[in-house]
Ligand binder design. Structure first.
Ligand code: FAD
Ligand code: NDP
Ligand code: 3IO
Length: 421
């Protein structure tokens, strides 16, 4: 049965569809939204998921390159209450991860409303309810009314497009990393990859594998770590050490091990930040690069490392060191940002500046008046699972308590009715 009642909104001059949702509204059907929905299902709480795209996990299905694999071992990436299939490799591919998410949604009977982009959400003090307005692909406006609002739009909701001098005059193709699928269409081309996070590094590798000539811009500094050390995942080693040792010490050990495996990488233009990799991830959300082959290509000269950009010309780029490079295309691997400030009308819980909850992990999952956030932990999928479990339990407790009270009231009422006969 559908979890809605239709109402007519009398506030406006025209009649707009207005839907009462019995249970929470979850905005976003990525891994975070799905995980929360599954945890609510587990607690017997009905919900509704609103998704702007036409499918679940749109970041993975529509905005990720072909060669993408999970970077962390599978045990850190599975969502609550349904493990990855046994036959999945240590680092599942994009396809496998999407298949898993599709089966996850089926298993927990999660059926999002697709093509519904949330335009605004505000808490109505008078009624004590959230009013969530969406615009569909057919430009129909709908207002959802609910007691709980779960924000699951993610850390990667919008692309960061840098405003670099002359970029508008550049005559070649300019795309963001989220639009890049494969190096096939860049064969033989000189491509400038702007940015050296995990995206920039892997796209440069993919371009090189397709016989393009990538130059990768490193304007500041970056931590590159081997994905594995002596056959063990670096991330797993770090997690294990963090149980016993302080973060700064784990960082020191990881950096020594990285140096033993990778050698001195500064001579290739890969300057390390002064803050350690895990502390930097914790403090600023900057993810260390887990190397999957790019370093070797940098060492061999197949991938060129260049400093920051001064400006673009029609078919060239001028770097901060004055060097000019002739280029055919630009891939902006310049990262992503949250879009929460553009639609959530609220100042207490979410920061207007960066669109993340103001309180860092593990305190950033619950706000006031039935507001929740999932997947803004700067800790990838495992952080999202952590939030989802807490939200499920929190709403589940209130739901069960109220259902019990309602049942008691109904039973009492029945008894009174019966005793009157
Ligand atoms: C290329 C890439 C690879 C990654 N690999 C890993 C990895 O291996 N391991 C790991 O732990 N983490 C990884 N991450 C981190 C990543 O953040 C998570 O994997 C994961 O996708 C986050 O899930 P999410 O649901 O929070 O966000 P998303 O997957 O971005 O999902 C959010 C959803 O909300 C929808 N949405 C946004 N705004 C609105 C709106 N206004 N109205 C309605 N719907 C809206 C979006 O369309 C989207 O479907 C990776 C990130 C990227 C970019
Ligand atoms: N397989 C996997 O698991 C993968 C995971 N990911 C994850 O997705 C998330 C996003 O990664 P990613 O897309 O790499 O984004 P990041 O935010 O990690 O990196 C953005 C990069 O762009 C640079 N940059 C931004 N603006 C400019 C500019 N104007 N000029 C030059 N450089 C610029 C930044 O430099 P600076 O540091 O100086 O600001 C930084 O190097 C991360 O969490 C990452 O780990 C991504 C790809 C693969
Ligand atoms: O958040 C990401 O983008 C990831 O790729 C996963 C991730 C979470 N925490 C980390 C710490 C070190 C390296 C990768 C990750």
């Amino acid at each position: 049965m559908e979890n809605v009642f239709r109402l007519v909104d009398h506030e406006d001059y025209f009649s707009r569809r207005c839907i009462w949702v019995n249970g929470p509204v979850i905005v976003g059907a990525g891994p975070s939204g799905l995980a929360t929905a599954a945890c609510l299902r587990d607690q017997g709480v009905p919900f509704m998921v609103l998704e702007r795209a036409e499918c679940i996990a749109s970041l993975w299905q529509n905005r990720a390159y072909d060669r993408l694999k999970l970077h962390l071992p599978k045990q850190f990436c599975q969502l609550p209450n349904l493990p990855f299939p046994q036959h999945f490799p240590e680092y599942p591919s994009k396809r496998q991860f999407i298949d898993y998410l599709e089966s996850y949604a089926r298993h927990f009977d999660i059926n999002p409303r697709f093509n519904e982009c949330v335009q605004s959400a505000r808490y109505d003090e008078t009624s004590g309810l959230w009013r969530v307005k969406t615009l569909s692909a057919t430009r129909t406006e709908v207002e959802y009314i609910c007691r709980w609002l779960v924000v699951a739009t993610g850390e990667n909701a919008e692309c960061v497009m840098p405003d670099i001098d002359g970029l508008g005059d550049f005559k070649g193709e300019v795309i963001h990393a989220s639009e890049y699928k494969s190096g096939e269409s860049f064969r033989g081309k000189k491509v400038l990859v702007v940015g050296c996070g995990n995206s920039g590094m892997e796209l440069s590798l993919d371009l090189s594998n397709h016989n393009a000539s990538p130059s990768m811009v490193i304007r500041s500094s970056v931590h590159v770590l081997p994905r594995e050390i002596l056959g063990r995942s670096t991330f797993e080693l770090a997690v294990m050490m963090m149980r016993w040792l302080p973060l700064w010490l784990v960082d020191k050990i990881i950096l020594i091990l990285a140096w033993l495996v990778l050698g001195n990488i500064e001579k290739y233009g890969l300057k390390r930040p002064s803050t350690g990799p895990l502390e930097l991830k914790n403090r600023e959300g900057k993810t260390p690069v887990l190397d999957v082959g790019t370093l070797e290509k940098i060492r061999s000269g197949d991938i060129k490392v260049v400093p920051g950009i001064n400006k673009f010309g029609k078919n060239e780029v001028e770097l901060v060191n004055g060097e000019r490079l002739e280029i055919d295309a630009v891939v902006l691997a310049t990262g992503y940002r949250s879009n929460v400030p553009s639609w959530l009308q609220e100042n207490e819980f979410f920061s207007k500046k960066n669109g993340y909850p103001k309180r860092p992990f593990p305190h950033g999952w619950k706000g006031q008046a039935g507001l929740y956030a999932v997947g803004f932990t700067k800790r990838g999928l495992s952080g999202a699972s952590c939030d989802a479990l807490k939200i499920g339990e929190d709403i589940g407790n209130v739901w069960k308590q109220e259902t019990r009270q309602k049942k008691q009231r109904t039973t009492a009422c029945h008894r009174r009715c019966i005793s009157q006969f």
